[in-house]
Design a protein around this ligand. Structure first.
Ligand SMILES: C[S@@+](CC[C@H](N)C(=O)[O-])C[C@H]1O[C@@H](n2cnc3c(N)ncnc32)[C@H](O)[C@@H]1O
Length: 230
């Protein structure tokens, strides 16, 4: 049931054009993180909660011969990703859930997830699945703007209408360690474009007014990094 509700919610987001809106809101931070992931030629990369697939395509383009797979619970988001796909990019997209990935064991060197893992109805099951599909020595990079220390995001579950996991930085790290990952680290990433001009501020669902936008922007995104042990 929770997965059906998530799929229906994000199908509505896709229909409302929020895939493109998220690309604009998250694109700068995604580029900073992808540049720091050290993606190598030929890497197999998984993008969990890929939405309209824009970050999946950036991941596939990060190194020669890299291949990216985007998974999302929302069929409409996956359809949008396929519509926006270019055959010059080594990426594919599929409908699926974090908790039950239809993917082979030990397939990926890299797993990336942006603004998505906090929707997992069962975070422990999702992390176990992520670990299963990663190669030993593979890396996991999770990027969340919704976390306890980012107080301006606290209202988001009311706004989205779906449950969201609200953890602080230390608790996210503890969850990753509990799931068997090592070398767990975290840092904040702030959108390098800055706040912009208040006169041109356009309210959105997540940033309904200038003050909230200031608070959320300055807190930054939480970037968690972890390694699957060899
Ligand atoms: C806030 S959007 C972020 C999309 C994309 N990463 C971006 O930044 O544009 C969250 C995405 O995660 C997907 N999602 C949420 N829960 C999921 C789950 N349990 N399994 C798979 N995908 C899920 C949603 O369908 C949605 O497209």
């Amino acid at each position: 049931m929770p997965h059906q509700i998530l799929a229906a919610t994000f199908d509505r987001w896709a229909a409302a054009g929020r895939g493109a809106e998220m690309e604009s809101e998250h694109g700068d931070v995604a580029r900073q993180v992808i540049a720091g992931m050290g993606i190598r030629a030929g890497d197999q990369i998984l993008d969990l909660g890929c939405g309209s697939g824009w970050a999946t395509r950036l991941l596939a383009k990060a190194a020669a011969g890299a291949q990216a797979t985007g998974i999302d619970i929302s069929p409409a988001m996956v359809a949008e990703a396929e519509r926006l796909h270019s055959n010059t990019i080594r990426a594919r997209y599929a409908v699926g859930s974090f908790e039950k990935l239809d993917l082979a064991d030990a397939r990926f060197q890299r797993v990336f997830s942006l603004e998505a893992l906090y929707y997992a109805p069962n975070l422990a099951a999702a992390l176990a699945e992520i670990r299963r599909v990663m190669k030993p020595g593979g890396t996991l990079d999770v990027v969340n703007e919704y976390y306890v220390e980012n107080e301006g995001t606290a209202f988001w579950p009311e706004q989205t209408g779906v449950p969201m996991i609200r953890l602080g930085e230390a608790s996210w790290r503890a969850e990753l360690e509990r799931a068997g990952f090592t070398d767990v680290s975290s840092r904040r990433v702030v959108d390098s474009r800055g706040l912009g001009d208040p006169a041109h501020f356009r309210p959105s669902a997540c940033y309904p007014d200038w003050r909230t936008w200031n608070d959320v922007h300055s807190a930054g995104f939480l970037w968690l990094h972890a390694v699957k042990p060899r």
